[in-house]
Design a binder for this molecule. Structure first.
Ligand code: HEM
Length: 423
């Protein structure tokens, strides 16, 4: 930061000859000498960003991973991930302790012996298989990180990552290839790549083996909600590109009318299914939520705040960001940034585009209504005291020591801030 200040204000840079009087106003760059702001992203550029995003996801959005025909060393990882769920998950956490964490980790380390060629095998993968393997590796890392399901306080107390070397190498390679800026799993790798829309099931599960329909429903539906809301909202992304092209051509646009219908349907799907009977509070909090929180090395865990859909709508409307986009892949991030740089709302409001401006105001109302509903649900699902562990909320697992009431108050304030800026 100080570097930037020095660059703009050379007289502030450390120098033997500098004195207070040298900070003269005639040395500051005048507005007319500043470089002009870059032109807004065009519809064509947005289309190019969208095409790259589809390629990154194996040809589709949400992504379309391929879990078949992996090289043998990666098949081994797949089987370890399938076995790790039943090994680490139990119904009653009162019997679990550090020795279980240690034993499960030791089992995984043993299973990983002789897998030095993992990174070579990863290099050989096409994009669909790369997405699938990223789910496998992210799940293995989280299995190792927590050691048990439900998550225990003794594992939460560890703050430095000490993953087995093959997992560290594989995760680093995959996150680099996908452009994810986190050491752990992300919404993309843990959720979008793990839910199979055709079979309506998860490839890797924490709790399916427990045979308890309520517990599995909470796990399945959390991932299904994220993936299906993206799918239902798909017309939004094409509409943004059409809107940009219409504004580039200097014409008004009805593109957002169809997009608003799609967003409404996605949100109503979310609200309809984020409730007891589908996602059950006691089972979600205990068996699902904590596992996705990474909270090692100060890295935030997977959270709704990294949802691609919501980040796109925020960018489209010019709503300021709060969360850094460390969990987005490079092409997700590029599309969100391109959408923000297209300044569609600003241009619609400034020009002769009353239809576009009106429909974007409607988008903002729809988003605000969703946020008002989501804050109630977020508080409901997080307000659970679990004796076996400290409270953890995806993004802020590292604050767990402050207790449930403080955690809830901080979370509520954050969510209220998002509501306030949604206009
Ligand atoms: C089982 C389902 C879900 C639960 C229990 C849940 C819970 C939560 C909680 C506790 C927070 C606060 C996190 C924090 O401040 O770090 C939150 C935030 C958020 N969630 Fe969810 N969520 C769920 C599903 C979803 C889905 C499906 C989406 C979107 C597709 C979503 C989008 C968001 C967003 C964008 C935020 C950040 C606040 C904002 O921008 O308004 N969540 N959620």
């Amino acid at each position: 930061m100080s570097f930037l200040v020095s660059w703009w204000y050379p007289s502030l840079a450390p120098s033997s000859s500098s004195s207070p009087s040298s900070i003269a106003s005639d040395k500051l760059p005048s507005p007319s000498s500043l470089p002009p702001p870059p032109p807004p992203t065009t519809g064509e550029e947005l289309q190019a960003a969208w095409t790259s995003l589809l390629e990154e996801g194996g040809g589709e959005w949400p992504p379309n991973p391929d879990f078949t025909d992996w090289p043998p060393v990666l098949e081994r990882l797949h089987h370890l991930a399938l076995e790790m769920g039943p090994r680490t998950g139990v119904v009653d956490p009162s019997t679990l302790g550090q020795r279980d964490v240690d034993a499960n980790r030791a089992w995984l380390v043993q299973g990983l012996a002789g897998t030095d060629e993992i990174v070579d095998a990863l290099r050989s993968l096409d994009q669909r298989r790369l997405c699938a393997v990223s789910a496998c590796v992210a799940w293995l890392c989280h299995y190792y990180r927590w050691g048990t399901t439900p998550v225990l306080t003794c594992a939460q107390q560890e703050t430095q990552s000490h993953l087995p070397a093959p997992l560290t190498a594989a995760m680093a390679y995959l996150n680099l290839r996908l452009g994810i800026l986190s050491t752990g799993g992300s919404l993309t790798t843990m959720v979008y790549h793990n839910y199979d829309v055709h079979l309506d099931r998860l490839h890797y599960s924490l709790v399916e083996h427990l045979g308890d329909a309520r517990i599995y429903s909470s796990e399945l539906w959390m991932s299904k909600l994220f993936a299906q809301m993206e799918r239902i909202a798909l017309p939004l992304f094409g509409a943004c590109i059409r809107l940009a092209s219409d504004l580039d051509a200097g014409t008004d646009s009805e593109a957002m009318v169809e997009a608003n219908d799609a967003i409404r349907s996605a949100f109503s799907f979310g609200h309809r299914h984020m409730r007891e009977g589908t996602v059950n509070r006691d089972t979600w909090a205990r068996y699902v939520g904590g596992f996705f929180a990474w909270s090692w090395d100060g890295c935030p865990g997977a959270s709704g705040s990294q949802s691609f859909l919501i980040q796109c709508i925020d960018a489209l409307l010019g709503i300021p960001l709060t969360a850094p986009r460390t969990h987005l892949t490079s092409h997700q991030r590029r599309f969100v940034e391109a959408l923000r740089d297209a300044q569609l709302r600003q241009r619609a409001n400034a020009g002769a585009s009353p239809l576009a401006a009106k429909s974007l105001d409607e988008t903002a109302r729809i988003l605000k209504t969703w946020r008002l509903g989501h804050i109630r649900r977020a508080i409901y699902y997080e307000d659970v005291d679990l004796p076996e562990r400290k409270p953890t909320i995806g993004r802020f697992g590292v604050d767990a020591d402050r207790g449930l009431a403080v955690m809830l108050a901080r979370m509520t304030a954050r969510l209220r801030d998002r509501i306030t800026v949604t206009m």
